[in-house]
Design a binder for this molecule. Structure first.
Ligand SMILES: Nc1ncnc2c1ncn2[C@@H]1O[C@H](COP(=O)(O)OP(=O)(O)OP(=O)(O)O)[C@@H](O)[C@H]1O
Length: 249
């Protein structure tokens, strides 16, 4: 479970927990409280610059709030960063930024190796994670030869190999063609069905809204709307996000 209480994040100006009243700089996330349960499929929507990326990066301590608290499974994220990063896997906006090895297998093994898993455990996790993204037996493929969609799936596999409770994907469909987008959606649907909590950050709600248990719409760093998709849809149309066909304003 991820629990946020009054989280505020700012860039620039004076930083730090003691100067949250300094009005200089940009307030990227503004007093957000939120609880995400195990198994939940959550969509975080909002226009460019509304604070989506900054918000989700607080979930595993990548961004430390200037005010408020984040806890993961009951422990403050900043008190145990390893636990937070093991429980909350993250796939960044540009998957190339997070691929660290030259082959698929070495890349997916990187996380479990750092966790100190045994060789047998690493092999099992790599095989399971590649199966989950439909890339079984592609361990030896060189990263440089993969398409953008395949790289995205390797990045997802790398996060899955940590066996996280929550998987966060930041704009996972950017730059993907239609087959790759549908393939990633298919994988997310299967992961959710298998019990992983999936959190998708997007300004494009086509397709993904059908999978969501709940959607949060951000505007200027604040939660403008939160609820099941059917209830949130009307208000989401005011936020400048791309809605599924038939729901455009
Ligand atoms: N490293 C940074 N330094 C300074 N300002 C930043 C930084 N990262 C984000 N911001 C600012 O914080 C605000 C929120 O940005 P953030 O990237 O969290 O929003 P977003 O909704 O994810 O945007 P996008 O859809 O464009 O990715 C914006 O005003 C942005 O310019």
């Amino acid at each position: 479970m991820i629990d946020l209480d009054g989280v505020t994040c700012r860039y620039g100006g004076s930083r730090g927990k003691d100067d949250v009243d300094d009005a200089s700089g940009v307030v990227a996330v503004d007093d957000v409280s939120l609880r995400i349960d195990h198994g939940e499929f959550l969509v975080v929507a909002g226009p460019n610059g509304s604070g989506k990326t900054t918000l989700v990066r607080t979930f595993n301590g990548l961004v430390e709030p200037d005010a408020g608290t984040v806890s993961v499974n009951g422990t403050p994220a900043d008190a145990d960063l390893v636990a937070a990063r093991s429980a909350v896997g993250m796939v960044f906006q540009e998957p190339r930024d997070q691929l660290v090895a030259s082959t698929v297998g070495a890349d997916v093994a990187f996380g479990p190796e750092n966790l100190g898993c045994t060789h047998e455990e690493i092999d099992r996790r790599v095989a399971d994670a590649l199966a989950a993204v439909n890339m079984t037996r592609r361990e030896d493929a060189r990263i440089g030869t993969l398409s953008g969609g395949e790289r995205e799936r390797v990045a997802i596999a790398g996060a899955l190999a940590m066996e996280p409770d929550h998987l966060v994907l930041d704009e996972p469909f950017t730059g993907l063609d239609e087959p790759a987008r549908l393939s990633v959606l298919d994988r997310l649907r299967a992961l959710h069905a298998a019990g992983t909590s999936v959190i998708v950050v997007t300004h494009d709600l086509r397709d993904v809204l059908d999978l969501a248990d709940r959607v949060i719409g951000l505007a200027d760093g604040r939660v403008a709307v939160v609820g099941p998709p059917s209830e949130a849809l009307a208000e989401l149309s005011n936020l400048g996000v791309r809605l599924p066909a038939g729901h455009d304003p």
